[in-house]
Design a protein around this ligand. Structure first.
Ligand code: GAP
Length: 458
C-alpha cells in the first residue's frame, strides 16, 4: 500500500532526514532541494542500481561523466536555444506568472482572475557567464539534459573504445531547468538529476531497439519495487513530440499527486549527431538539421565492409533520479496496525535501495562489554562493502526497531548479555516480518552477505 498523500511523504522525508528544502535558513529557494543523510544514501543506491543494470550487466555500454557548464553553440545546434520553451502567461491582476498548460479553467491559481496575457514561449535554460568578461562570447548554459554532452563526446568515445554499432553511452548527472512553476515536492524542480542512456543503432533497426528498451526499462522499475499496476506506458502523440523525436514512450507512474512522467524513452533518430557533425552533406542524414559550419568533427561510424560513413540513430531512455526517489519512497511507505492495536510506519524498500542495510543495537548503551562487541560487529560487517552499517545507540531497543522500520533498514542486530556472557550470538530482527532469530556472530558475514547480494543485481 503506497503513501496516502504527498504530505505524509514530505513529513517523513523531513523528520527522518531524507530531503530538506534548500537554503531554508533564508526562506528557501523555490524548486530546489537538498538530500539529507538518508536521502543521499537512497539516491546513490538508486543511481548505482541503474549503473549496474545499464553498464556493468551489459557488454555494449560505456560510461561518461561530463561537465555541466556547456558551450552555447552546443545548445544552439541541438535546437534548445530556439525551442526548449514552455508557454508562459502573466496574471494582470496580481502579476504572478504561470505555465499556461498547467492552468485549470483559465484562471490565476493565486488570485482567481481570468485577466491573463496570451501565452508566450519562455526558455527554460539557465544562462550564465564563463570568465570575468560579460559579453556574447562568454555566455554559457547549465545543461538542460545530460544527453547533449554524450553526443558531443561521441567521437572521443568511439575512438577510445573502438565500439561498433549497436552500443550505448550512459551518464548520470545534474540537469537544470528554470521551470515556470516548480511543484509537487521533488517531482518538478529546477535542479535535478537524470540517468540517461544514448543507445546508438543502425538506421532501420531503431524501431525494434526502441521496443526493446521500453521493455527493459519497465522491468527495471519493477525491480526497484514499483508495482506494475501503478505504471503506465503513454505513447506521446505526434503534436507533443520534442523537436528531436520521431517517437517517444513515456513511462508514467501514479505519484501521490497524479499520474505523471517518470521516464521518457525517445527515438531521437540521427537528429543530434547530425546536428553536431561536420560534413553533413556527405553523410545522408535523415533528420532535417541546420547546416553546421562550427563543428570540427564527423560524428559518424564507418561501415567496415563498404567503407562508407553513416550517422547512427539513437534510442534514449532518460529517467529522472528525483522522480525515481519519490516513486520508490511512495511505493515503500506503509502504516501497519499491529495485533495490540498500535501502528508502525514501515518503508518496505528493496534491500539494495535501503539507506542503512544493517543497524547494530547494544541492549545497554552504558555497558562497556556490550558496546565494545556491538562496535566490533558493526566494523566487521561494514568492511564487507555491501552498504552502510550503523551503530545505533538509543538505549531503547523497541524504539530503535521502530525508527529503523520507518527509514527502511532491512536488518537490526541486537547485542545483549547472552552475546558477551554466553554464546556470542545476536538477535537478528527482520523489518518486514518483525521475526527475531538468534545467530552466531561468526555466521553473520555469510548471512548478511547472502541477504544483500541476492538483490544486488536489481
Ligand atoms: N534527454 C531527454 C530529456 O531530457 P525529458 O523528458 O525532458 O527528456 C527526462 O526529461 C526525465 O528527466 C523526465 O522523464 C523526468 O524524470 C526528468 N525531469 C525532467 N524535468 C524535470 C524536472 N523539472 N524536475 C525533475 N525531474 C525532471
Amino acid at each position: 500500500m503506497p503513501a496516502r498523500s504527498m504530505e505524509e511523504l514530505v513529513a517523513l522525508c523531513k523528520r527522518r532526514g531524507f530531503v530538506f528544502q534548500a537554503s531554508e535558513l533564508y526562506g528557501g529557494l523555490q524548486g530546489v532541494y537538498d538530500y539529507g543523510p538518508l536521502g543521499v544514501e537512497l539516491k546513490n543506491n538508486l543511481k548505482a542500481a541503474w549503473w549496474r543494470a545499464m553498464v556493468y550487466e551489459r557488454d555494449d555500454v560505456e560510461g561518461l561523466d561530463s561537465a555541466i557548464l556547456t558551450n552555447r553553440k552546443v545548445l544552439q545546434y541541438s535546437g534548445h536555444e530556439a525551442t526548449f520553451t514552455d508557454p508562459m502567461v502573466d496574471c494582470r491582476q496580481c502579476r504572478a506568472r504561470w505555465r499556461a498548460d498547467h492552468l485549470e479553467g483559465g484562471r490565476c491559481p493565486k488570485c482567481g482572475s481570468d485577466d491573463l496575457t496570451e501565452p508566450r514561449p519562455f526558455n527554460l535554460m539557465f544562462r550564465t557567464q564563463v570568465g570575468p568578461v560579460e559579453d556574447a562570447s562568454s555566455t554559457a548554459y547549465l545543461r538542460p539534459e545530460t544527453a547533449q554532452s554524450i553526443f558531443t563526446n561521441f567521437k572521443h568515445v568511439v575512438d577510445a573504445t573502438s565500439r561498433r554499432l549497436p552500443f550505448g553511452i550512459a551518464q548520470v548527472g545534474k540537469a537544470f531547468r528554470n521551470e515556470i512553476t516548480p511543484r509537487n515536492f521533488i517531482f518538478r524542480v529546477r535542479e535535478f538529476e537524470q540517468m540517461e542512456l544514448e543507445f546508438f543503432v543502425e538506421p532501420g533497426t531503431d524501431e525494434e531497439w526502441h521496443e526493446t528498451w521500453v521493455q527493459e526499462r519497465l522491468d527495471w522499475w519493477r525491480r526497484q519495487g514499483i508495482d506494475p499496476n501503478r505504471l503506465e506506458l503513454y505513447r506521446v502523440p505526434p503534436e507533443e513530440l520534442a523537436h528531436y523525436s520521431k517517437a517517444t514512450f513515456d513511462v508514467m507512474y501514479r505519484f501521490p499527486h497524479g499520474v505523471e512522467e517518470l521516464e521518457g524513452i525517445a527515438n531521437r533518430t540521427d537528429f543530434d549527431l547530425g546536428s553536431h557533425t561536420k560534413d553533413q552533406d556527405s553523410l545522408g542524414i535523415d533528420a532535417s538539421v541546420e547546416e553546421n559550419p562550427d563543428s570540427n568533427a564527423r560524428l559518424a561510424i564507418r561501415d567496415l565492409q563498404s567503407g562508407t560513413w553513416r550517422v547512427p540513430y539513437v534510442i534514449e531512455p532518460s529517467a529522472g533520479v528525483d522522480r525515481g526517489v519519490l516513486a520508490v519512497l511512495n511505493e515503500a511507505y506503509r502504516v501497519e496496525t499491529l495485533d495490540n492495536g498500535s501502528t508502525r510506519t514501515v518503508l518496505g524498500l528493496k534491500p539494495h535501495l535501503a539507506p542503512v542495510k544493517v543497524a547494530v543495537l547494544p541492549l545497554k548503551r552504558n555497558h562497556e562489554g556490550i558496546v565494545a562487541r556491538a562496535r566490533a560487529i558493526r566494523k566487521e560487517l561494514q568492511a564487507l562493502g555491501f552498504g552502510r552499517v550503523l551503530y545505533e545507540d538509543t538505549g531503547n531497543i523497541g524504539k530503535g526497531y521502530r525508527r529503523h522500520d520507518e527509514v527502511g533498514t532491512p536488518l537490526c542486530l541486537t547485542v545483549d548479555f547472552q552475546t558477551i556472557e554466553e554464546d556470542d550470538t545476536v538477535t537478528v530482527r527482520d523489518r518486514d516480518t518483525m521475526a527475531q532469530t538468534r545467530l552466531a556472530v561468526a555466521e553473520l558475514p555469510a548471512y548478511v552477505g547472502e541477504y544483500f547480494s541476492a538483490g544486488a543485481g536489481s
